[in-house]
Design a protein around this ligand. Structure first.
Ligand code: NI
Length: 255
């Protein structure tokens, strides 16, 4: 069965049918879901979803674009969440120079502190990195992220960089973008990556794959992503599902 490694079901896009949708996941072939926090509020919501649904796990972290909300007191609260049993990872954390807010110094400091936090609580990290390839890699190398482990989510950089992350022991999150007709760069990345380092993810409600591009995304679209990876790598759909699911369980230490 499919392991959805990155979704945001706490998003208001699911307010109308969250319960129905999540209740039907397992019978639709989705074995596990990690609901990823992107702020303190969404971390709390992710923990709540993980409490409610046995097959849902949470990640606790503050997205680079939200890091202005962190202070010592809130950081202490975040650490408490990270220690909960059903919190499988620290994330999503990283750098975002596309929106470029708040100031890069704040983003970097909060990234470093959350990497330290992951090391302390002994959980993997979920990395969000946009238009910040160099700084992300440099900070991770300086923090010995190979000893922490985790995933580069919604991967958007070069093949060369992807292979450097693999060398670091990291996984690469592949989602709907790989199905887009203009996704030549990501196709090359998938071709070059060992399948043992690929994870399936949606980033729901965003980045819906073809043929549902532009609509609200959900984990039910993951078969389109797995099918496209199977085509690129010349292996069967079932192998993609089995191997990526095993990868996810190993990384999140679930099962
Ligand atoms: Ni996300």
């Amino acid at each position: 069965m499919i392991f959805e490694t990155h979704a945001h079901y706490d998003d208001e896009a699911f307010d109308g049918d969250r319960e129905e949708l999540l209740s039907a996941m397992q019978e639709s072939g989705i074995e596990y879901i990690v609901n990823v926090g992107a702020s303190l509020k969404s971390t709390a919501a992710s923990v709540e979803l993980a409490r409610r649904y046995p097959f849902v796990y949470a990640a606790a972290g503050v997205h680079p674009g939200e890091t202005q909300e962190l202070n010592e007191e809130r950081f202490a609260w975040l650490k408490e969440q990270c220690l909960l049993e059903k919190v499988a990872a620290v994330g999503e954390i990283g750098l975002d120079y596309h929106w470029d807010e708040p100031a890069r110094d704040i983003q970097k400091l909060c990234f470093e502190r959350q990497l330290d936090l992951a090391r302390e609580v002994k959980k993997p990290v979920i990395i969000h990195s946009r238009d910040a390839a160099r700084d992300t890699f440099d900070i991770m190398a300086a923090k010995n992220a190979d000893e922490i482990g985790g995933v580069i989510h919604c991967y958007s950089y070069s093949t060369e960089m992807a292979l450097k992350y693999v060398e670091m022991g990291f996984y690469i999150g592949i989602g709907g973008v790989v199905t887009f007709k203009n996704a030549k760069k990501l196709k090359d990345v998938v071709e070059a990556l060992p399948i043992e380092h690929i994870l399936l993810e949606t980033d729901s409600p965003y980045l819906s794959p073809e043929p549902n591009r532009g609509k609200r995304n959900s984990s039910l679209n993951l078969p389109y992503v797995a099918q496209r990876i199977a085509e690129i790598k010349g292996i069967s759909y079932d192998e993609v599902v089995a191997i990526t699911s095993r990868n996810a369980k190993r990384m999140y230490r679930i099962d």
